[in-house]
Ligand binder design. Structure first.
Ligand SMILES: Nc1ncnc2c1ncn2[C@@H]1O[C@H](COP(=O)(O)OP(=O)(O)OP(=O)(O)O)[C@@H](O)[C@H]1O
Length: 293
């Protein structure tokens, strides 16, 4: 039996901004397998950025345990690349100077790859190395931030909505680059996003946060195979119903896969998007332990 290695491991993880405030993350337990591409999803304010900042070691948990590449953050900082949602970069520097700075700051790790950084910035992104950061568009700045992350040749990339301001072709190319990075170098990628169809073909692991808790988590193929989308009419007694909605004269229902199909219903395999949306719509009414795979 092989021992599963976790890139990120949390138990009882709780984070509150101020002692009197409600926790943003409340007693969360989650694991991200090493080498996986993990989508981090959830509604606005669910705590995705908070979780990524905790993993990057920029915030400290209020309580609970968090280990990243086996260390308490920021212990493994040299092996972790983090791209924040706001993509902070020195605005007066040129693109080339930012990449040189990246090389300089990562010299001691011996992992920096100018080729990887330049491929994202120049070959894929078409950026001019002489352009100053302040004159770049939002999407172009994102590309510089991602070039730094790729150049770092990290074992773990924490990306907070990396696609948000990229055009559709750039998103597609970036997804390809992330997949290649994961498969060629075994890099673990944890990426928050609101664009579910994009995650569907890319991620092999998913964590869904909602109302401070982990609502759903696990390998994508297991999440899909453990649910069934039913169409029809009749009783769903005995079924573990995630969500039921009227459709025409009957209803559709997302249920946990059980032993037998209820009479009067037809079953199809749901898409990951259908599963995530159903769990998002019912966040608050489903107990987290019910929802986790
Ligand atoms: N520095 C802070 N001080 C106080 N509250 C904060 C701070 N940062 C985040 N929060 C609160 O924590 C909650 C979670 O925020 P967070 O940015 O982690 O969510 P998110 O899931 O990334 O949201 P989005 O999808 O909108 O980016 C929100 O209610 C937010 O207001």
């Amino acid at each position: 039996m092989t021992v599963q290695e976790w890139a990120v491991e949390a138990s009882g993880l709780t984070m509150r901004y101020g002692r009197r405030r409600a926790p943003v993350l409340d007693d969360c337990r989650l694991t991200v397998p090493a080498g996986s591409v993990c989508g981090l999803v959830g509604p606005n304010g669910a705590g995705k950025s908070t979780l990524l900042a905790l993993a990057a070691g920029l915030l400290r948990p209020s309580s609970g345990e968090l280990r990243v590449l086996g260390s308490v953050p920021p212990g493994a900082r040299a092996e972790v690349a983090y791209v924040a949602q706001s993509k902070p970069l020195p605005s007066q520097l040129t693109v080339a100077a930012v990449l040189r700075l990246g090389a300089e700051l990562n010299r001691s790790s011996g992992r920096w790859s100018s080729k990887a950084a330049e491929s994202i910035a120049y070959e894929q992104g078409g950026l001019d190395p002489r352009e100053r950061i302040r004159s770049l568009s939002g999407g172009q700045r994102t590309r510089v931030a991602l070039a730094l992350a790729f150049g770092k040749r990290a074992r773990l990339m924490l990306l907070d909505e990396p696609m948000a301001d990229l055009d559709p072709l750039a998103r597609q190319k970036l997804m390809g680059a992330l997949m290649a990075e994961a498969s060629e170098h075994g890099t673990t990628i944890v990426m928050s996003s609101h664009v579910l169809p994009e995650l569907e073909g890319t991620c092999d692991h998913l964590v869904l946060l909602g109302a401070g808790r982990v609502r759903l988590a696990g390998p994508v193929d297991e999440l899909v195979s453990s649910h069934v989308l039913l169409t029809g009419a009749g009783s769903l007694d005995g079924q573990r119903v995630v969500e039921q909605r009227p459709a025409g004269r009957g209803a559709t229902a997302l249920v946990r896969r059980g032993d037998a199909l209820p009479p009067g219903w037809e079953a199809v395999e749901p898409s990951l998007e259908e599963i995530v949306l159903a769990h998002l719509r019912t966040t608050g009414s489903t107990a987290p332990e019910e929802a986790a795979v």
